[in-house]
Structure formats: C-alpha cells, structure tokens
Design a protein. Structure first.
Length: 308
C-alpha cells in the first residue's frame, strides 16, 4: 500500500511530541516556561509552535543560515516571542548570553561534521545546569564504493572517528551508531575540560535521554540529554525521565516506525487503546502495524485540511 500523504513528516512529528513530553519534566530544575528555546525554525517554525503552546516557553530564538530571505522569515514568525537571527550557528551561538537554562535543538539536515561538533562543544562548555542539548543529523550511509570511513573522516576529523570504525561497519543504520558515539564522546571530552578546576559537587554531568532513529525519507538520528551538576543528582532523578517508554540512555536506539494506515484504520485502532488485555480487532491490518501504532498512537499526527 502506498504511504498516506500526511502533509508533514509523520516520524518527525512523533519525535517532536515525544521531545515535548520529556521537556515537561524539567520542572524540578525550574518552571519549564522560564527556559529559553533555541532552534532552527526554518519557514514553518513547527517546533517553536509546539513548544510555545505545549510548554509555555516565551523566550525563543531561531537561528537561520538563509540570509537572502530575511523578510520572509520574519514575516513567518508565529508569535511575538519568537526572534530570528541570521547567520551560521557557529557564529551566532558565541554572541549569546549563557546565564539562563536553555533548550538547544541543533536540528541539522546534513551529516555530522566539524562545525556541528563545534556547536556541541560550545554549548557543553557554556550551558548552565538544567539545560538540554538535542542534536539531529542525517545518518544515511555512504556507498561502500565511495569509502564510508574516508568520508566520515573528512567530515568530522580523524581525531573524532572511533578507532574500531571501518568501511563495513558504516553501512545501513551503522552510521547512526557511529554518529551517536562521536557526539557523546565530544560531550564527555568537553565536560572533562570544563570540570577540571571545579569542586566535586559543582562538576557538570550529562545524562543522555534521546537516541531516536527514524526515516521519513533520509535516515536520521536525534541524540541529546540533560546537563546538571553532580550536587543536583537528586533533582535530576526526580524528573523521572526513565518512566517515558522512548527514553534511551545508552547505545540502543528508539526507532520510530510509522505504520501505513488509512485514516479509518487509525481511528478504529486507537478507539481500542490502551486496551484491557482483550485481543485487538484488526480488520485486516497487519499485526506488525498494529503493534507499531500501539507504541506511537499517543503522539501520532492526524492532519486535516483547514484554514487558520
């Protein structure tokens, strides 16, 4: 069956909602609406719309590389609390003040490279405790004939490539595995330098929360987590992130798999969830798609044509 045109990328939508549900739990560090959100809004500002409506955040900054259509971006800012700055993130991030808890979503469309690692390193060096880093990168594997290891080395630098990498370990979803390792290694490397002169209780820690994989079209990885001081370990624990079924704190990813369903099937199946243990009436929907939908139905996009 052909895929439904959901008008938006369904796996990306599911990921956004899962991220928002996680961010709601930051309350022990401070009111979520008091956080600053920085992201890449593009022309649609979808994450800005969601995080403002769902989380109440009013300090919102979009970073845009496209300097040729500034008037159009400014016109499309969805709320007066959204500001857009133009330039490369590696240039713009150092110009900001870093004395406020921040959620930074580096929602790149390309494959991991040195500039992206520089952004990750800068945030890790400068964020205040209670801040959250989210990084999305393209992890479509290079063809074996193109030399995947050489391509990866050219993009991120030989010093950042895991020692056990080889061409035959960078196929399929394996570039996602390598990219997560590289990102996590960068965070840990910068934290080691940052924590050197600090007292033990003030040393910054990083707790991974996100290891999403999905493929609306290209294969994508979203990695991220929470920064907090060692003395705030009890506060971090009280957020209870681990009770969310999609939280991943290690190498095992949570892969968002979107089932192929008609709108009628969507409504019929979700009317039976979460269920009381009785068998689900499938009406011809494959068991695999029923189970996939059961995992994500709370976050699933249902779009209808409308005028806003």
């Amino acid at each position: 069956m052909a895929q439904i045109d959901y008008n938006l990328r369904p796996a990306k939508h599911i990921e956004r909602v899962m991220l928002s549900q996680t961010l709601r739990r930051l309350g022990p560090f401070g009111a979520v609406e008091s956080y600053r959100y920085i992201g890449f809004g593009a022309l649609y500002y979808r994450d800005f719309r969601l995080f403002h409506r769902d989380l109440g955040i009013t300090d919102m900054l979009s970073l845009e590389m496209d300097t040729n259509r500034q008037d159009r971006y400014k016109f499309n800012e969805p709320f007066s609390c959204v500001q857009t700055e133009f330039g490369h993130s590696t240039e713009l991030l150092p110009t900001l003040v870093w004395d406020v808890r921040t959620i930074l979503w580096l929602d790149y469309t390309g494959k991991l490279d040195r500039d992206m690692l520089a952004d990750v390193g800068f945030f890790t060096s400068n964020c205040v405790p209670g801040s959250v880093l989210i990084v999305t990168v393209n992890v479509k594997a290079d063809r074996l004939s193109d030399g995947p290891l050489q391509k990866l080395t050219e993009r991120v630098g030989i010093e950042n490539v895991p020692e056990d990498s080889a061409d035959n370990t960078l196929t399929g979803w394996s570039l996602s595995v390598a990219s997560r390792r590289i990102l996590n290694n960068k965070v840990q490397e910068i934290l080691t330098a940052r924590n050197g002169p600090r007292a033990a209780g003030a040393r910054m820690r990083f707790r991974q929360l996100f290891n999403f994989e999905y493929a609306d079209q290209a294969k994508m990885l979203t990695f991220g987590g929470l920064f907090f001081e060692k003395g705030q370990a009890a506060i971090a624990a009280s957020c209870s992130f681990e009770s969310l079924p999609f939280i991943r704190e290690g190498a095992e990813p949570y892969r968002i798999k979107v089932p192929k369903l008609t709108y009628k099937e969507i409504h019929y199946l979700q009317s039976q969830f979460p269920g009381n243990g009785s068998p689900i009436e499938r009406n011809g929907v494959p068991v695999e798609d029923v189970e996939r939908f059961r995992e994500v139905y709370r976050y699933f996009p249902v779009f209808t044509p409308t005028e806003i």
